[in-house]
Design a protein around this ligand. Structure first.
Ligand SMILES: Cc1cc2nc3c(=O)[nH]c(=O)nc-3n(C[C@H](O)[C@H](O)[C@H](O)COP(=O)(O)O)c2cc1C
Length: 272
């Protein structure tokens, strides 16, 4: 049951009403459903058995009761249980089970599928909305051109009729280009972070849509011959290629029957 009968209190009354169009209404409806289901969002924490923040601060000693000595570094406080369920929540489940697939079957998403997935990942966090990223679709013979550019960059000379087969490891490659804009408030590294975020989100989106992906790069990625092939501008950076295809059946079976343990999350979390 919805815990919020009227969401307007959460949206702020002064916000401009967006122009009504079909796609916008669908998206808005989905976002509302997501946040109003009562199981997701900060209020879900109240469902956890632990005391509320107010209760905790009420129980804490008053400042004059506290010792004057500097307090020891305590690290994160895990005493209150979490209401987050990474198995039941479909998004968290997809994130936590994602894995790279190095050997892919030939079927690939079509370009319309790619456009939809890009549509989804364009929500990536992006300071000032500079959109400093794009993908280049590489299929068919273009993969052979990429192999030739990599050979040229690496000074590799092959016998007549031989080609660099590395880009042929998948039928579809998406080159990720970081395309930083000049902006006094957003340094280049932030824009690279956004581009990398788009790459990770797209890997995840493809995975969730049932496709296999592996992000690959290498020492030659930004060598002149390779940059030329991708028609990069001076400040642009090639961030590698997502190799995309179908997940082989034998691999799918393996994933059904076995799970890969995730690293201990505590190593990634600390306090000042
Ligand atoms: C920017 C970037 C470039 C990568 N380049 C390569 C690469 O050239 N070769 C490779 O074996 N793995 C590369 N990886 C790592 C794989 O994509 C993959 O993450 C790794 O094999 C671990 O598998 P997992 O994603 O299932 O944890 C790269 C990852 C990133 C983010």
């Amino acid at each position: 049951m919805s815990k919020h009968k009227d969401s307007s209190e959460h949206r702020g009354s002064k916000r401009k009403k967006p122009k009504s169009d079909g796609a916008c209404e669908v998206t808005k409806g989905r976002v509302r459903a997501h946040f109003l289901d009562g199981e997701t969002g900060p209020w879900a924490k109240k469902l956890a058995a632990g005391p509320s923040a107010e209760e905790t601060s009420a129980a804490a000693p008053a400042p004059d009761e506290q010792t004057a000595l500097p307090s020891p570094r305590l690290g994160p406080d895990y005493s209150a249980p979490s209401s987050i369920d990474i198995v039941a929540d479909p998004v968290l489940h997809a994130i936590s089970t994602r894995r790279s697939i190095s050997k892919l079957d030939p079927e690939t998403p079509n370009d319309s599928d790619l456009r939809e997935l890009i549509h989804a990942v364009s929500s990536v966090a992006d300071h000032k909305g500079l959109k400093p990223w794009r993908f280049i679709i590489i299929r068919g013979e273009d993969r052979i051109r990429l192999g030739a550019a990599l050979d040229e960059a690496g000074g590799v000379h092959r016998k007549s009729g031989e080609i660099n087969e590395k880009p042929l490891r998948a039928e579809l490659l998406l080159a990720l280009v970081a395309a930083p804009q000049d902006n006094p408030k957003v340094p280049e590294w932030e824009q690279h972070a956004t581009a990398a975020g788009a790459g990770h989100l797209l890997e995840l989106a493809l995975w969730q849509a049932g496709w296999g992906v592996m992000w690959r790069s290498g020492n030659l990625t930004n060598e002149p011959a390779v940059r030329r092939l991708h028609r990069l501008k001076d400040k642009e950076l090639l961030m590698g290629w997502l190799y995309i295809g179908a997940v082989p059946e034998r691999y799918r079976q393996r994933m059904v029957n076995s799970t890969r343990p995730l690293p201990d999350p505590e190593q990634f979390l600390d306090t000042l």
